[in-house]
Design a protein around this ligand. Structure first.
Ligand code: FES
Ligand SMILES: [Fe+2]
Length: 349
């Protein structure tokens, strides 16, 4: 099993979901997302149980959707409410799954696992900087790689000094990192002293050089909170040009990943030219620097399980390795739980 299912994953950014149903595959499950009559986001299985047609391509009528293939109609709880054929009897199995969804911080959070366990209080606060009602700068990429390689990439930002040299990070700067962790989160604090401001930070940091502080935290299952600060050399690490970012990593399939990002900053917050420039710098870095490298690594792994290849362990791998192990533990405990529940299901069927 590749995924931990019992967790809140980002299914979409707020602006992506409207009145027209959209499809998104999450942890290999085809899901339809749409806003209902009162504007709440609803998520149901997108695969019709009859001949497996994509429901999101159907006709919407109030809070029902008509399957585009043979016209079964489903409500937004996933129940079939109309059968246009024969006597109109609705078979007991005529339903699709319904997924718990919460909209918060500009994110549509979705729980792909056991709905009984979904607790909205477990949704991670993204700790973004308030933009006074203006939406943050954000974006979405589909990466054709295993989500764990993306988490590795984010938990070991030493790569930034090489593949993002000058764009997102000072080039080849010496990094000092500290790590701490618990069961469901891992934090990496890094400082780079007296370095050139990377172009992403130079947009609103006045001096060409300073200290760069990079803090990133993974929270189960795929939420990363990041704080980046450029300060005066030897200045107060809590001052300076600060950005708070979120990277939301959601597996699409075993080998493809939804990557959502959100950026907020504390300086020149209403400068739309900086917003645009930031969007371009981040998109370029993820699309043309991270993605090709991660995809190339995946290609050379030839489908092998990561640890079976005995990857070299460097000091910078502490966080990425812990993250992989924490997810593995969750997957194992979900499998044990499912094994205990299985006989009940058999008995009930
Ligand atoms: S596939 Fe949906 S009604 Fe036939
Ligand atoms: Fe990167």
């Amino acid at each position: 099993m590749t995924f931990a299912r019992n967790g809140w994953y980002c299914a979409a950014l707020t602006a992506e979901v409207g009145d027209t149903p959209m499809a998104r595959r999450i942890l290999n499950q085809p899901i339809m997302l749409v806003r209902d009559a009162v504007g709440d986001v609803r998520a149901i299985g997108d695969r019709c149980p009859h001949r497996f047609a994509p429901l999101h391509q159907g006709v919407r009528d109030d809070d029902t959707i008509e399957c585009p293939y043979h016209g079964l109609r489903f409500d937004l709880n996933g129940a079939c409410v109309f059968n246009p054929h024969g006597q109109g009897r609705i078979p007991a199995a005529a339903h699709v799954p319904s997924y718990p969804v919460v909209e918060r911080d500009g994110v549509i959070w979705l729980w792909p696992g056991d709905p009984d366990l979904a607790d909205p209080n477990q949704i991670t606060d993204l700790q973004l900087i308030d933009r006074g009602g203006r939406p943050p700068v954000s974006g979405y990429l589909m990466m054709p790689v295993d989500y764990r390689l993306v988490l590795d990439n984010l938990m070991d930002l030493s790569h930034a000094a090489y593949i993002h040299a000058g764009t997102l990070s000072p080039s080849r700067a010496r990094r000092e990192s500290q790590y701490d962790s618990d069961e469901t989160s891992i934090r990496v604090h890094t400082q780079m002293r007296d370095v050139e401001a990377p172009s992403s930070q130079a947009l609103y940091f006045g001096d060409p050089k300073g200290d760069y502080h990079s803090d990133i935290e993974w929270v189960f299952p795929g939420t990363l909170r990041q704080r980046l600060a450029m300060t005066d050399t030897d200045g107060d690490p809590d001052a300076g040009a600060v950005t708070r970012n979120a990277h939301l990593i959601t597996p699409e399939t075993e080998t493809s990943t939804h990557y959502f990002w959100i950026h907020t900053r504390n300086r020149r917050t209403d400068d739309t030219a900086i917003d645009e420039r930031t969007r371009t710098i981040i998109t370029n870095a993820f699309r043309t620097e991270d993605e090709p490298m991660i995809a190339a690594c995946q290609n050379y792994m030839d489908g092998a399980e990561f640890f079976s290849l005995q990857p070299l362990y460097l000091e910078t791998d502490y966080a990425g390795t812990r993250c992989r192990r924490a997810i593995e533990k969750r997957i194992e405990s979900e499998a044990r739980r499912a094994a205990v529940r299985e006989p009940e299901h058999v008995g009930a069927a």
